[in-house]
Every structure is written in structure tokens, then in C-alpha cells.
Design a protein around this ligand. Structure first.
Ligand SMILES: CC(C)(COP(=O)(O)OP(=O)(O)OC[C@H]1O[C@@H](n2cnc3c(N)ncnc32)[C@H](O)[C@@H]1OP(=O)(O)O)[C@@H](O)C(=O)NCCC(=O)NCCS
Length: 227
């Protein structure tokens, strides 16, 4: 499903549950030693997806260990993102020459727990969610907003090495076309002399899951007008 949301230069691997045969490199096993069984299984299954996705790119599988802020550390020349939620694990990877940064997120298609929306969405975003719910009931628009914001953070962090809070970007969901945009409310990084002001992404809801994905093509940056 995830490949539907990403450009062809991105290799994707996904699993609808744990990967029973998931094998870790020693550095990956060391990084997750001592974690709970549930955490080890999701970590290993996501790594199995990452190894498969790297091979689909024509590259050898390599250890993907977490960095200091939990960000996955990709081999030189590769960018990527991981996600896992109940019943789903996925990796998306691309050559850095093709894709500058990408972020993926998966969530169960269920309403956010009580109280979470207030921490995730500003007043304008909440008003837009109410309008979406009135127009198109039966979809968990609040969880979709959350999912899109997680994808924004996973795209932002490798570009900046900085925290981005839920109030630091305003997300607008396109109801009909499976797209979303995120407008940065804090200064973004300079990309070839032009400040990044936001992100465009795509989403889908299917089989009890919500997926959101963002990819910034390297060509889009090369084409930016000088700042
Ligand atoms: C880090 C975070 C986005 C993870 O999302 P999640 O829905 O809890 O979990 P997911 O399973 O989808 O993703 C987990 C994966 O995200 C990746 N991840 C974690 N921190 C990351 C970071 N700083 N940068 C990029 N990717 C990161 C990791 O690969 C992790 O999997 P792993 O621990 O097995 O390696 C979330 O916990 C968080 O801190 N959110 C607050 C920041 C935010 O969302 N801001 C909104 C900006 S508008």
C-alpha cells in the first residue's frame, strides 16, 4: 500500500504483522538488547523491511541502528524512514541523489484517545477536522492529522537535527485527493539557499490502517529559485 504514496525512486517494504524470520545484524541486536519482547519484535520486523527495501534499491542490506534521537541511521548515500503500529511494519528508502528526505507513518484507523487531539492540533486545525468529519463521516480525521504530523517530524529531523513540536507546523488535509500539506510555523532549514517552508505528502486509509508519507525529491531542491 505504501508504495502508492511515494515516487518510484523510493523502495518500500511492508509487513502486516511481525516478520517471523527477521534476522538482525549484531549492531542492531545490541541496540535493542534488554528491550521488551514486543519492542524487540517491532524493531526486528521494521529492520527486516529496511533490509528488503535496501535490496530492492539494488544495495546490500546493512545494519540500521538508532541515532541519539532514535532516528534511523542509514548507509551513506541513502535516506529513509521506518514505521510500525499494530498489524503493520514498513520501511521506505531511496538514494540521497534522488530523494533529499522522506518520512512515513502508520496508525490504526481509530479515533485518537481522549485528550490527545488538544495536544496535537491548533484551533484552525481542529475546525478543519470538524468540517472534514461533517462532510465525510466514518473516517478518523483526527488520527490522520496525527499520522501526517508524525511523518512531518520524521522528514524534518534528518534535515535539521532539531525537535519540531506539534504546534510548529499547520497541517491541511485534502479530503478528496489523499494529499496533505504542512506549513512550517518555525524557520526551516536552507535547501540550496532557499528556506524550506513546508512539506507536501500523501495519505490513504485502508484495511484498518492510516498511512501518511512525504518525500522531497532532490530534483525539487535543485529546481528551487535562488533565495
Ligand atoms: C518519533 C516519533 C515521530 C515516532 O512515531 P510513532 O508513531 O511513535 O512510532 P512509529 O512506529 O511510526 O515510528 C517509530 C520509528 O520512527 C523513527 N524515528 C524515531 N525518532 C526519529 C527521528 N528523530 N527522526 C526520524 N525518524 C525517527 C524510528 O525509526 C522509529 O522506529 P525504531 O525505533 O524501531 O527505529 C514520535 O514518537 C514522536 O516523538 N513524535 C513527536 C514529534 C512530532 O511528531 N512532532 C510533530 C511535528 S508537526
Amino acid at each position: 500500500m505504501l508504495e502508492e504514496l511515494l515516487p518510484a525512486a523510493v523502495a518500500v517494504a511492508e509487513a502486516f504483522g511481525d516478520v517471523p524470520e527477521a534476522a538482525l545484524f549484531p549492531a542492531e541486536a545490541a541496540a535493542i538488547a534488554g528491550a521488551s519482547d514486543r519492542r524487540r519484535r517491532e524493531f526486528a520486523s521494521a529492520r527486516s523491511c529496511a533490509h528488503t527495501a535496501l535490496r530492492r534499491l539494488g544495495l546490500p542490506a546493512a545494519p540500521i541502528v538508532p541515532g541519539p534521537r532514535r532516528e534511523p541511521l542509514w548507509p551513506d548515500g541513502v535516506t529513509g524512514s521506518l514505521t510500525h503500529c499494530a498489524g503493520y511494519r514498513a520501511a521506505a528508502v531511496a538514494r540521497a541523489a534522488d530523494v533529499l528526505a522522506l518520512g512515513i507513518d502508520a496508525e490504526p484507523h481509530a479515533d485518537l484517545p481522549a485528550g490527545v487531539l488538544a495536544a496535537v492540533a491548533g484551533p484552525d486545525e481542529r475546525a478543519a477536522l470538524a468540517a472534514l468529519a461533517a462532510d465525510s463521516p466514518g473516517r478518523c480525521w483526527d488520527r490522520l492529522l496525527f499520522c501526517a504530523k508524525e511523518a512531518v517530524y520524521k522528514t524534518w529531523y534528518p534535515l535539521t537535527g532539531r525537535w519540531l513540536g506539534f504546534a510548529d507546523a499547520a497541517v491541511t488535509i485534502g479530503q478528496a485527493d489523499g494529499t496533505f500539506t504542512a506549513r512550517l510555523l518555525v524557520p526551516g532549514p536552507d535547501l540550496d539557499g532557499t528556506p524550506l517552508t513546508g512539506f507536501s505528502g500523501r495519505w490513504l486509509i485502508r484495511d484498518g490502517l492510516i498511512l501518511a508519507a512525504i518525500a522531497i525529491p532532490a530534483a525539487a531542491v535543485a529546481d528551487l529559485p535562488p533565495g
